[in-house]
Design a protein around this ligand. Structure first.
Ligand code: KG4
Ligand code: ZN
Length: 413
């Protein structure tokens, strides 16, 4: 049935209203495409970026605290907070200047408000709320893990639903992304995250003293050293072999690695804090066990999705993202599982896997397009250090108790 002209007009106006954000009228770039400023401060990176609605990055700025935290032997929340405080204004200013965009041209500001370090989240949120009030712009609160999960859609068309494995310094989880704000959580870490484990192993090995590793994060250092290591010289048991779900655990692995390091220190007569001769082999064995654990849990998640029709039968997709996803060995392990189960594996380039303002701005764009979670500037928003992602399906996954057929994960270093 043809639409009545008046009805069509009303619909047109409604759509126009949805697409017009309050605040000053747009001009320049903003006239053809809505612009979003994204701000990230959930952990140890102060990031900001301006994106247009098509996902084009107009300008970005990132201040990493990695060097400071490497020197202090881990993230000290008060130090992270102070560094965010010192840098946020400059980082946002830089992103705007590099984009050649005036705040008045923005359609919204998107900021990470959960999950993350309370003191770090607080700085980004406080800055953003002041900014949106000053410039009378809508505010879009962002879930950090949702942003990691959806970044891939900025780079190429990836239709919902897809399976996503997010692995970083703060998280590891498996989820089905069904929409911009619609996720099914299949598994998460029961203790620490893989990036945290790699960082702690690197610290225990004193890799900061290694000439090739002094400026690298723990995960980067382990990956680099593992290239020249023999992983078969140490055997670490892959965690949770007798638990048939998709959750993760890395604390036990860290304990196994620490025991091996202590044994070697005793053998070589070395004090804790000095470099062992076998760091490459320990790095290779640790990296392999992390990769194997991630691959096995992901394999089970794929089988669960297939058994429950959670993924499309035509070109189902596995997305791998988060800081640890920049690891090529882990990517290779996941690609073997994806190939064996008929999924295509997509990984954003390393620069978009680690924390940045771009992924937050993109999440803002996705929400703006769908009109989801957009708040007027005067609404008070609280940050949430702990915030689960999506609907918790972990009990269903556990109840299904899917056994895996073995897939040979043979990867050259
Ligand atoms: O996503 P991200 O930037 O920050 C959050 O934790 O949210 O991830 C940082 C983590 C760190 O633990 C770092 O050691 C790890 O990602 N990482 C890596 C690699 N690059 C960074 N882990 C393994 N291999 C890498 N190449
Ligand atoms: Zn992250």
């Amino acid at each position: 049935m043809a639409m009545l002209p008046t009805k069509a007009k009303i619909l047109h106006r409604l759509l126009q209203f949805r697409h017009t954000c309050f605040g000053s009228p747009s001009c320049g770039k903003a006239a053809s495409s809505r612009l979003v400023l994204g701000i990230e401060t959930s952990c140890d990176d102060t990031g900001a970026a301006v994106l247009d609605e098509a996902g084009k990055i107009l300008g970005e700025s990132l201040h990493s605290q990695k060097d400071v935290h490497l020197r202090t032997g881990g993230i000290i929340p008060t130090v992270a907070q102070q560094l965010h405080r010192e840098n946020i204004e400059r980082v946002v200013q830089e992103a705007l200047e590099r984009s050649n965009v005036d705040p008045s041209q923005l359609s919204a500001v998107a900021t990470t408000v959960k999950p993350g370090l309370a003191l770090s989240l607080g700085i980004g949120l406080e800055f953003s709320q002041r900014f949106v009030r000053q410039h009378n712009k809508p505010f879009i609160p962002i879930h950090h893990m949702e942003a990691h999960a959806l970044t891939v859609r900025m780079l190429q068309p990836v239709a919902f639903p897809f399976l996503v494995l997010l692995v970083s310094g703060g998280h590891s989880l498996l989820a089905v992304a069904r929409g911009v704000d619609d996720f099914l959580l299949l598994g998460h870490s029961l203790d620490e995250a893989p990036g945290d484990t790699l960082d702690k192993v690197a610290r225990r090995l004193s890799l900061i003293k290694h000439p090739q590793c002094s400026t690298l994060s723990g995960g980067q250092a382990i990956e680099l050293l593992a290239k020249d290591g023999d992983r078969t010289r140490f055997h670490f048991t892959t965690p949770m072999g007798q638990t048939y779900d998709c959750c993760f655990s890395f604390a036990g692995l860290r304990n196994q690695v620490t025991m091996a390091i202590m044994k070697k220190e005793a053998e070589e007569g070395k004090e804790q804090g000095t470099l062992l001769s076998c760091v490459n082999d320990i790095a290779a064995a640790t990296q392999h066990t992390v990769a194997s654990h991630l691959a096995k849990r992901t394999h089970r998640a794929i089988l669960f999705c297939k058994a429950n029709g959670l993924l499309p039968s035509c070109s189902p997709t596995l997305v791998l993202s988060g800081g640890v996803a920049s690891n090529q060995y882990i990517r290779k392990a996941l690609s073997i599982i994806a190939e064996a189960t008929g999924l295509q594996l997509l990984c954003p380039p390393a620069k978009f896997c680690t924390d940045n303002g771009v992924m937050i701005a993109w999440n803002g764009v996705e929400r703006l397009r769908e009109g989801k979670g957009i708040l007027p500037p005067n609404v008070d928003v609280c940050y949430e250090p702990k915030a689960p992602l999506g609907v918790d399906m972990t009990a269903e996954v556990k109840a299904a108790a899917i056994r895996l057929r073995s897939v040979r994960v043979k990867i050259p270093n």
